[in-house]
Each structure stands twice: as C-alpha cells, then as structure tokens.
Design a binder for this molecule. Structure first.
Ligand code: URA
Length: 236
C-alpha cells in the first residue's frame, strides 16, 4: 500500500506542475505571510485540546446517537440531515461548512458544483471519494445558505468531534474560512491560516480555500494544489 501510494506520489510529482489541473506559474508566499504563519503555529496548538482517550465510538454509533436530530432549529427546516460519507477509517477527512441546497436534497455532503470540484481535488490526489471521508461542521442546511450561528455550531460540533474520533484520520483538511476558524477556535483569515499544518486535538489540520471560493476565484486553485501536495506528503 505504502509502495503504491509512493508511486502515485511520484507520478504526481512528475505530472506535477504540467499535469496538475491546478497549476499556474508559481508565485511564492510573501516573506511577511510566512513569518505570520510561523507565529501562528504555537497559538493554534494550544487552542485545541487532545481528542479524549475514552472509549472509541464507531461512525454508526455516532449516527445512531444523532438520530432525528432536533438539537437546534435547523432540524425543523432541513430536508435531510447530512451526516458525512466515505471511508470510515480514512487517513484524510475533509470538513466543509454546512450542506447547501443540493446536499440537503440528497442527504450527502459536497454533491453540488463545489462538491464536483472537491471530487476533482480528491482525484488529483490519486484518491477517490470512497477513500476519504467528507463531512461538514453543520449537518443541516442553514436556510438560504446563511452563515451558521453559534448555537447551531455548539449543538453540532460534538458530533463532528465524535466522528473524527471514530475515524482517527492522519490529516484533516478544513475547507474554507468557516471550517478552519471553527475547528481551530481562532479568528484569523484563511489567507493566513492556509499553507501549513496546525494541530487539532493532536491531528494535523491543513486549512485551505473552500471549493465554492475556487469556483469564483479559479486563480486560487494553485494555492490549494500547494496545500494538497503538503497533505499528500504527510500521508506518504
Ligand atoms: N459547501 C459545504 O461547505 N458543504 C457542502 O456539503 C456543500 C457545500
């Protein structure tokens, strides 16, 4: 398995720049940003506790505990609860913000246009959706796709933590400002957070731009590709 991943990585390296769907001619991180990022790492380490060593639930246990969740008002407006999907023992978990209309309709995460782009990102890592796990901070769609509210996060986040405990990934990829800030408990823009690993309860966490942002700003795909390559090296 390790050998096959290495060879995939090698192919990726050689395909690398020209083969990557994300590649645009290189612009390196400005020095000032790199310095800011350095200063961040200790900050985020201490902001996150360790995942408890208690009894490990399975994803099915977590889903059962969630039930027909009415812990916040989104339970009344959702069509479907979007729990998350993928490999229950994935090495990498992608965490987005909240289901949109398509996800609410299908009960599956990242199935709309942003989701199709996420699928391409996963495939560019030489993985499939079935190899990774995909979920969100919130499991129910906020009406009109408004930003999640504090009470909704408070009600929902414990279940995300239990999902992550059950999966035990090597790396978490936080998609977008909202997921990154919520998980890391910091109020720092994604432009500053992305591009390096942070620690989330003892798990490496890479913040990167949300695929919906990439749809509006395709030039940022190059930076996401840089982040994704760091993740691939970490998974090697
Ligand atoms: N955006 C998200 O953050 N999550 C989804 O599941 C879909 C779009």
């Amino acid at each position: 398995m390790v050998r096959s991943f290495r060879s995939r990585l090698q192919i990726q390296k050689t395909k690398g720049r020209r083969g990557s769907p994300f590649f645009m001619m290189g612009v390196s991180l400005p020095a000032a940003e790199a310095l800011r990022l350095d200063a961040m790492s200790e900050f985020t380490e201490s902001a996150a506790g360790k995942i408890s060593e208690g009894q490990r639930l399975t994803l099915q246990d977590v889903r059962s505990e969630l039930g027909d969740c009415q812990r916040c008002p989104l339970g009344r407006t959702r069509k479907n609860l979007v729990f998350g999907e993928g490999n229950p023992h994935a090495d990498i978990v992608f965490v987005g913000e909240a289901p949109g209309a398509d996800e609410d309709f299908q009960g599956r995460p990242f199935v709309g246009r942003a989701g199709q782009l996420l699928t391409k990102i996963v495939e560019a890592m030489n993985l499939g959706r079935k190899d990774v796990y995909i979920c969100n901070i919130l499991k129910c769609r906020p009406p009109g796709n408004r930003n999640p509210q504090a009470g909704e996060i408070e009600a929902c986040e414990p279940f995300l933590i239990k999902q992550l405990e059950a999966i035990g990934p090597k790396v978490i990829c936080a998609l977008g400002t909202f997921a990154a800030k919520t998980l890391l408990k910091v109020d720092v823009p994604i432009t500053v957070l992305r591009g390096r690993f942070h620690s989330y309860r003892g798990i490496k966490l890479m913040p990167t731009y949300h695929p919906a942002y990439l749809l509006r700003n395709p030039s940022a795909k190059r930076l996401v590709w840089e982040d994704v390559q760091m993740i691939m090296r970490e998974l090697e």
